[in-house]
Design a protein around this ligand. Structure first.
Ligand code: IPE
Ligand code: IPE
Ligand code: MG
Length: 249
């Protein structure tokens, strides 16, 4: 009841003309959520997928332009095989159950990361979601899978070298050109980065793109993350003064 009141207050307090255009989330704490309940870690991932559904719905309702979700990092391959296998079974489950709703809600699915490194079934499920929503014009739902920011940056550098050698680029490399070689080409940088589970680090996520993002951390584990936390993050974000190196005028 108290939470309901608080949610209503936040809904009233939020300035809908000053919403973050791009929210990026490091969805962390699935494993600890499960272990603390005496459940296997995979139960945390399963429940985490339910959180994804809820947060996607609510970001869409708020007309957020881009929602980027860190789902699997290039470092996560180092986890036990059973856990990796379970995580790799989730995209198929997610798109089987939610793709019709994404299509219906005009949401466009995008994938960042090295998708060739994902198992065939995962690639098929996600790329099918990308394909079937490619004409949609609403929120971009951007999944970071097999994503690592350092490898993204190195890949950009290598591709730039190729294009310079082939005379496709004749000018100096500026920030704009460089950004266009990243997976996130064409997307606005995240305004707000949320990380759940109490960890205060970036873990190789969007190193270039987060240069001027506002960070919001919570101890809440991802499976427990609810709309109220999303609204709290947005409200806090709106209280910040983004200076971009300038001084207040
Ligand atoms: C986030 O939860 C999901 C992925 C990294 C794939 P974790 O699995 O990292 O959960 P903790 O951090 O071990 O609790
Ligand atoms: C970051 O979480 C990656 C994802 C959420 C997919 P991790 O749990 O892998 O990060 P570390 O290992 O705690 O830094
Ligand atoms: Mg973790």
């Amino acid at each position: 009841m108290q939470d309901e009141n608080h949610e209503e207050q936040l809904l009233e307090a939020i300035d809908y003309h000053k919403l973050p255009r791009h929210i990026a989330i490091i969805m962390d704490g699935n494993g600890r959520w499960a272990v603390e309940r005496g459940l296997p870690r995979k139960e945390g991932h399963r429940q985490g997928m339910e959180t994804i559904k809820e947060i996607v719905r609510n970001c869409n309702k708020l007309h957020i332009e881009v929602l980027t979700l860190f789902a699997f990092s290039t470092e996560n391959w180092q986890r036990p095989k059973w856990e990796v296998n379970y995580l790799m079974s989730l995209p198929e489950k997610y798109f089987n159950s939610d793709l019709p709703e994404l299509i219906e809600k005009n949401i466009r699915v995008k994938l960042i990361g090295e998708h060739e490194g994902l198992p065939g079934r995962v690639q098929k499920a996600v790329l099918d979601g990308v394909e079937k929503t490619k004409e949609n014009t609403g929120m971009i739902l951007n999944f970071a899978m097999n994503y690592g920011s350092r490898s993204e940056i190195l890949q950009a550098v290598n591709n730039i070298i190729i294009d310079v050698t082939q005379n496709k680029i004749k000018s100096k490399i500026d920030e704009n050109i460089f950004s266009n070689y990243l997976y996130t080409a064409g997307l606005t940088d995240p305004d707000l980065l949320i990380r759940t589970s109490g960890e205060i680090r970036i873990s190789n996520f969007l190193l270039w793109q987060l240069a001027y993002s506002e960070f919001w951390f919570t101890n809440v584990y991802w499976p427990d993350f609810k709309v109220i936390h999303l609204l709290e993050a947005i409200f806090d974000y709106q209280q910040r003064k983004r200076r971009f190196g300038k001084i207040d005028s």
